[in-house]
Every structure is written in C-alpha cells, then in structure tokens.
Design a protein around this ligand. Structure first.
Ligand code: ADP
Ligand code: MG
Length: 598
C-alpha cells in the first residue's frame, strides 16, 4: 500500500485540455489573418474596430471579469490614449512626435491613469467604485472639450497616421491584429499564472486569498496599470481609425459596450469576452437600422444572458464540466505521500497565545486566553457554541487584533490585523464554511495555497518568461501531490463548485498544505462528513502533525478529538475551562457536566 508515486494521469489530461483550449484561438487567428484576402475595406474597418475594442476589453477583463471590480467607465482610458496620441503626433502641445512613439506615450498615460482611477477600488465597495470610474470618464470628456489648444475642443483634432509598415489600409489592419493577438496572449498568460488565480480568489474568496498570502493592493495596482496601458494603446489606434476625433466619439454607450461584452462573455474567461466583444462590435453593422437601438439591444442581451446563461458564453462553451461525475466517489487520502509535500522540519516552533483578550461590544469573546500549540502535536480546541473557538482562530490568523495579550510563533510576535502576512510565517488554516473559487478547477483552488512560493514577477508572467514557467510547473506538481495526499487527485480538473461538501473540506486541507505549514488550524473539518470520512480525516490530521506541524483542531465531534489529540483545551465563555490530555479532560468533572453532558 505504500505506493508513493503520485498519479500522473490528471496532469496529462490537463495538458490535453490546454491544446483543446487553443483551438478556438487558432480558428479566430486564422480568420483574422486571412480576412484581408476578401479585399473588402468595409469588413476591414469593422474588424479593425473589433480588434481595437478587444485590446481595451482584454485588459478590462482582468479588472472586471477576473478581479470582480466594477470599472464601468473604462472608456476614459480610450479617450486619454486617443487624445495623447493624436495631440503628440499633431504637435499641438509639444514639438511633433513620431506616431509610433506617440502611441507608446498613449499607453503610458493610460497606465498612469489606470492606477489613479483604480486606487479607490482598494477602499470603496463595488457600487461606489463604479461611480468613481464613471465620474472620471465624464471629467476626461469635459477636459477634452475645454482644453481647446491641445484637443481642438468640440471641433476635434485629426488622429495620427501611422507610416509604413502599418500605414492606413491593410498595414494598419495587421497592426491592430498583431496588437490584439499580443493583448490576448499576455492576458491569457497572466490569467493562468499565480497572479490570475489570486485575482479570482480576491473576487470569490477574499479571506482565503488573504490567508494564502495574497497582497491585494499590490496586485490590483499592477492589474489597473496593465489594463490602463492597453486602454491607452487602444485609444491611440482608435484615433487613427477614426482619422478625426471629437469628445462625443467617446460615449457612455461605448463604455457600457466594453463592460457588457465581458459580462456576456463570462467572468473569469478570456475567450468568452473576446467573442462577446466581436458580437457587440459586429452586430450593429449587420443590422444597420438597429444602430439607434444599440443601447436597448445591449441591455436586452445582457438581461437574456443573466436570465438564461448566468455564466455567459464561456459557460456555454465549457461542455467538459457538464459531463456527469461519478456518483459514488470515495475520498481516500494517502498520508504516505505527505513527506513529499511538507518539508521535513527539524525543531519546529511553538505557537503561543499569552493572555489574549477580545470583546465585541459587550460580548467578551476571549477573556484572557493562554494557549500553546506544539509542533508534532494535535491540539484540540473544544467548547460549546459561542465559547470563542472561531474567534481564537481569527486572532491567530490576524483578522482581529487582540485588545490585550500576544500571539507568537517561536520568538516572533505575529503582527495583529495583517492576515495576508500569516502565510509568511507558514501559518495555514481552513474555514468553518469552505471558501472556494467555484468557477475554477480544484487544481487551481489548491494552487492558490502556494501563491507566496512563486518567484516570477507580474511582468514575467505576462510574457511567460522562464521563471514564471518554473513557478507554474512547481506549483502544479505540488498541488497535484497535495491533492493526492487528501485523496482528490482524480477530481483535479473539475470545477470546484461541482464537488460535494465533504470533498471541499479535504480540498481546503490540500490548499493549506501548499504552504508547507509550520502551524495548521482546522475549523470544524469534520462537520458534514460521514463516519468513514471522519476516520480517514483523523488519520490524515495525525499524519500531518507527525511531520512536525503544529495542528490546532477546533471540532464538535468529541470522538475525533479524544481519538487523535495529544492535548485538549476546553473553552467556556472565552476562558479555559480545562486543559490536559484527552484522558484528563474525559474525566474532568466540570467538563463532563458542562459540556460533554454525561
Ligand atoms: P465558537 O466558534 O466557539 O462557536 P465564536 O468564536 O464564533 O464561537 O464566538 C464567540 C462569541 O463572540 C459569540 O458570543 C459570538 O456571538 C461573538 N462574536 C464572534 N464574532 C463576532 C463578531 N464579528 N461581532 C460580534 N460578535 C461576535
Ligand atoms: Mg465556530
């Protein structure tokens, strides 16, 4: 039974899926490449517009579809890029620039303002952030109207004309095509990197993302910068395509188009929003009389999508996740593989709480708690509902700052109210209610846990440079191994929201193992598990502790606690009622009468 080879099957299945995933892109690329053969300049212009819109939407997709930030006024980046490129080329404010250089400047201005517009997202709730982006779009248009010397005001200004090799006509067509392909490639690279996974985690499971060490502010700033740059470049191209721009070319409707294209495409997909952008660009052209109805059309389309396929186009295309899963699945953990997941640690460190206190209003959730969790041991934390168990975990995780007392790992005092720094201390946890990214695969969910072990930068991921590829390979292998340990490797490629509740609990353990935790905290991991599953879970938890991990186990199943714990602390009203070995606790008079209820 000690077969320590990790199953390779799902990995191979994944790379097959990758080839399959490339097919639609190859088809789209061929159409784009060969379209000039039709030699129809009208179709050419529509295609160029679709490319340009997509260059902007590709970046916006990371903001809206991946990070879940409602940036509804992103047309401002198009406006900024268009006027920067046009004004620099025309030389209205400075000596005239070379058009290609001016386009780069347009991208830079977009990047700068992308960050400025994005910053409020770090503090504001979704709706308020949406309003600030809209407000900014209005300001940009007003400035373009007022700053007549540079922008030409309401009269407008000529767009840049790019010289050979991308001169007007098919040259410019291929310029837009190449840039659209480049934008697609870069966003796809990023989406499948640890940064892309972290973005989706921020959207769907923010506390789990933080517990895995994802630093939201830095990541969002990088994404806003990139999305702003793409918007700016799209603006420069747009100005050239229009050949003459006025402020009323950049309408609110256009902004809505970008936004809706992403929604009907499907959140967390790239192909979907790309198809959405193409459809919304092309549709009004084929039905010319509909142009004046376009706003109405977009709204109707959005309603239809929300009602019929809430997952958007991407969901329609995702036929693989409609294949039924095997009904009677058994979770069979393989703790013998643990040594390969966890570095063998010698002399791990003790996690200790000293006189910790915390109240919520009048409720003293923790009232002077001392606790010591030693490496290599399973420490049970039990007590009636409301006795402060979850709050204790949340203090250790850094979600709450204790009003008095300290939490230490070894000699280091853990910084309060900094959950995203716990991963650096190798403190991992699971949640009373599993926190998952429903739309992502089980493997992706587990890979989130290893985010801080990546070494490549955001820019390296955009370009799939070697360090990024090494990160991905290592993370994927580690995650497959962690999944094999908890017995879920066969489900690696399945969408996480298709899993059963008990499987999600084991998936969270796999995610936590990715940190190679010095301390692992489990909040009621046996809730909702069958007797068999609880037995296997117990064996797995013991095996994890024996690798040198300090395990803190909050649990209601008294049997499990007394079976596997080396030490047990009983809480009542935020205080220690009793502490000792399972045998001592079992015979503790007060505990038996107050809690175990014999
Ligand atoms: P347990 O996990 O042991 O069931 P908790 O730690 O969740 O208990 O809660 C301990 C006490 O603190 C309870 O009285 C609970 O109502 C209170 N409490 C927990 N979290 C909060 C909060 N965010 N705001 C107000 N009261 C809270
Ligand atoms: Mg609780």
């Amino acid at each position: 039974m000690t077969d320590t080879s990790a199953p390779a099957q799902p990995v191979r299945a994944l790379s097959l899926a990758r080839i399959e995933g490339a097919l639609p892109w190859i088809a789209l690329g061929l159409v784009g490449l060969l379209l000039p053969l039709l030699d129809d300049s009208y179709i050419g212009v529509i295609a160029q517009r679709a490319f340009i819109y997509w260059i902007l939407s590709a970046g916006l997709n990371l903001v809206v579809g991946y990070a879940g930030q409602i940036a509804i006024g992103w047309v401002s980046m198009l406006t900024l890029g268009a006027y920067t490129t046009a004004a620099l080329t025309a030389g209205t404010a400075t000596p005239a620039w070379h058009p290609y250089l001016a386009l780069v400047a347009g991208g830079a201005v977009g990047a700068l303002f992308g960050v400025i517009v994005g910053l409020p997202a770090l503090r504001l709730r979704t709706f308020y952030f949406a309003m600030t982006t809209l407000g900014f779009a209005t300001i940009v248009t007003q400035v373009a109207l007022a700053w007549k010397e540079v922008t030409g005001g309401g009269v407008g200004t000529p767009g840049p004309v790019f010289p050979w090799p991308f001169d007007p006509g098919w040259g410019f067509y291929y310029f837009c095509f190449i840039l659209a392909a480049l934008a697609t490639w870069m966003t796809a690279n990023l989406a499948s990197s640890r940064f892309g996974r972290a973005l989706v985690a921020i959207r769907d499971a923010e506390v789990a993302a933080e517990a895995s060490g994802v630093a939201k502010p830095r990541l969002l700033v990088a994404v806003f910068l990139f999305a702003g740059a793409l918007g700016g470049v799209a603006g420069g191209l747009f100005a050239s395509l229009q050949s003459y721009i006025t402020p009323d070319a950049f309408t609110f409707e256009m902004s809505v188009l970008f936004f809706i294209a992403i929604l009907i495409g499907g959140r967390g997909s790239i192909l979907g929003p790309a198809l959405g952008t193409i459809v919304l660009t092309v549709l009004p052209e084929f039905a010319a009389p509909l142009v004046q109805w376009s706003t109405f059309l977009y709204a109707a389309l959005l309603l239809l999508i929300v009602l019929i396929i809430p997952g958007g186009i991407a969901d329609l295309l995702d036929y693989k996740n409609r294949r039924p899963l095997e009904r009677h699945r058994e979770i069979v953990p393989r703790p013998e593989l643990l040594a390969r997941v966890l570095d063998r640690r010698t002399g791990g460190e003790v996690l200790s709480l000293a006189n910790v206190e915390l109240s919520f209003g009048g409720v003293r959730a923790i009232a002077g708690l001392d606790l010591e969790i030693r490496p290599g041991e399973v420490h049970g934390l039990i007590g009636p509902n409301g006795s402060g168990k979850t709050t204790t975990l949340n203090v250790i995780s850094g979600y709450y700052a204790p009003e008095a007392g300290q939490v230490r790992l070894g000699d280091a005092v853990l910084p309060p109210r900094a959950p995203h720094l716990r991963a650096d201390y190798r403190i991992a946890r699971t949640f009373q209610t599993p926190r998952l990214i429903g739309g992502a695969s089980v493997l992706d969910n587990v890979m989130i846990g290893g985010t801080i072990d990546g070494q490549g930068s955001f820019a390296e991921s955009l370009l799939t440079l070697p360090r990024h590829r090494r990160d991905e390979k290592r993370l994927r292998e580690a995650a497959m191994l962690a999944l094999a340990v908890v017995g879920l490797d066969q489900l690696a490629a399945v969408r996480a929201d298709r899993l059963q509740h008990s499987e999600l609990r084991f998936m969270e353990i796999a995610r936590a193992l990715m940190l190679r935790p010095a301390c692992l905290m489990l909040d009621e991991p046996a809730a909702g598990l069958s007797a068999d599953e609880i037995r296997r879970l117990g064996a797995l938890i013991v095996a994890i502790s024996r690798q040198g991990t300090a395990v803190l186990l909050v649990e209601h199943h008294a049997d499990l606690i007394f079976d596997i714990c080396d030490r047990v602390t009983v809480l009542n009203l935020g205080k220690v009622l009793a502490a000792g070995t399972p045998a001592e606790i079992r015979s503790h008079r007060e505990v038996v009468s107050a809690y175990l209820g014999a």
